[in-house]
Design a binder for this molecule. Structure first.
Ligand code: MRU
Length: 370
């Protein structure tokens, strides 16, 4: 997608410098566009844990390239290699527990190299696998855009050309993926098709992915948008100012329960009460078909309470960190919540739109839960 008219992806191999990987450091957005080099295996784990990169598909791809990078730096002693690879995989997997894309990507690299002994061949296979996950992610998001476009088109027809108001939470945009985004893919597709749209952007405390990142990417694409406080969505829905909610997912179970950024559940409740369609856009890599009951089974990441106690902001050309609670206040930072399947109107996937139910999911993905 575009930043200042230039096409970017969120992650790429540094030309002529393999195995260095370059990413956009999202901690600096929207105030500065900083490209960061990930040179060593520990750089990958840190970038994911400290959210230089974020969003389920992107952390999956970063972890896959992290495995490739780790193999490059593997010990020459073959007796130590097995443990080294397992440790590298574990280190990456434990960085962020909720988004399943991370474990899927690491496991896919492990499977690819499983029966290979020659280090050079392992590196090559890991690279091919990371590249394949990347390209699949781009294609899946593009297809999600095509299917989601149909939903927006229908609403636009009913509104006879009045702008379709779409509310989104967190950043499930191209910056959370490689390109297009999940929740934003239908938005970009509608914008390209000339359908008038307007996006309500939840600021998404505590890390403000909406205010910082979604607003930034929509702005760079010329999509009209307005940042709102996290608590405003219900009010807007009660007054007919939201036609549709589209959010992303970090992990969706076989029966269609959806884990996404904390606050998503409250938007789903408000949407149900006001008969506003509530869609979740996700690629198949964000399904966890080994789980059913999202509330009981999906691990919810708890992050540093300081993310709640402090905010970051731009002043005089610098980013400052400012305390907003009493100095010694206790804070809790649950990063995700689970929206039960019954509150979800539909899942927009790369294979089409389905009900958030086991039957609905298995119609599109017959391999699910088998
Ligand atoms: O904590 P983050 O910023 O990684 O959380 C991201 C989200 O919750 C996104 O909505 C989700 O990953 C879907 S991304 C396409």
């Amino acid at each position: 997608m575009q930043i200042n008219g230039k096409h970017y992806r969120t992650i790429w191999v540094k030309e002529g410098n393999e195995p260095t990987i370059q990413v956009i450091d999202q901690r600096r957005l929207p105030h500065a566009l900083v490209i960061e080099d990930l040179d060593m295996p520990e750089d990958f784990a840190r970038a994911i844990r400290e959210m230089h990169v974020r969003g389920a598909p992107l952390i999956g791809v970063t972890a896959a390239y992290g495995m490739y990078n780790a193999l490059f730096h593997a010990p020459a002693d073959k007796r130590r290699l097995g443990k080294y690879i397992r440790d590298a995989a574990d280190e990456l997997k434990k960085t962020r527990p909720t988004a399943i894309n991370l474990a899927h990507a690491v496991d896919r690299v492990l499977n690819a190299i499983e029966s290979v002994e020659e280090p050079g061949e392992m590196i090559e296979l890991a690279r091919q696998t990371a590249d394949a996950i990347t390209e699949e992610s781009v294609e899946h998001c593009r297809a999600i855009g095509e299917y989601g476009l149909e939903v927006i088109q229908k609403i636009s027809k009913k509104k006879k050309g009045e702008p379709v108001n779409i509310l989104t939470h967190c950043n499930a945009g191209w910056l959370a993926c490689i390109d297009y985004g999940t929740a934003t893919a239908p938005i970009y597709a509608a914008h390209e098709a000339g359908i008038p749209i307007h996006v309500w952007v939840d600021e998404t405390r505590p890390r403000n992915q909406g205010a910082n990142i979604t607003a930034y990417e929509l702005l760079h694409h010329g999509v009209p948008n307005t940042v709102i406080t996290d608590n405003a969505g219900g009010h807007l829905m009660q007054h007919g100012m939201v036609d549709l909610v589209i959010v992303g997912s970090d992990r969706t179970t076989l029966r269609g329960d959806v884990a996404n950024k904390v606050g998503t559940y409250l938007k789903a409740l408000a949407a149900r009460d006001n008969r506003v369609p509530f869609y979740v856009a996700l690629p198949s890599s964000s399904f966890d078909w080994s789980l059913n009951d999202g509330l009981k089974e999906i691990p919810i990441e708890e992050r540093d309470p300081d993310e709640v106690r402090y905010v970051h902001g731009w002043f005089n050309g610098k980013i400052y960190k400012v305390l907003i609670t009493p100095q010694d206040t206790r804070a809790a930072n649950y990063a995700f919540d689970v929206t039960p399947a019954g509150l979800v109107t539909g899942l927009i996937t790369e294979r089409g739109i389905c009900k958030a139910s086991r039957r609905g999911i298995q119609k599109l993905f017959p391999e699910a839960g088998k």
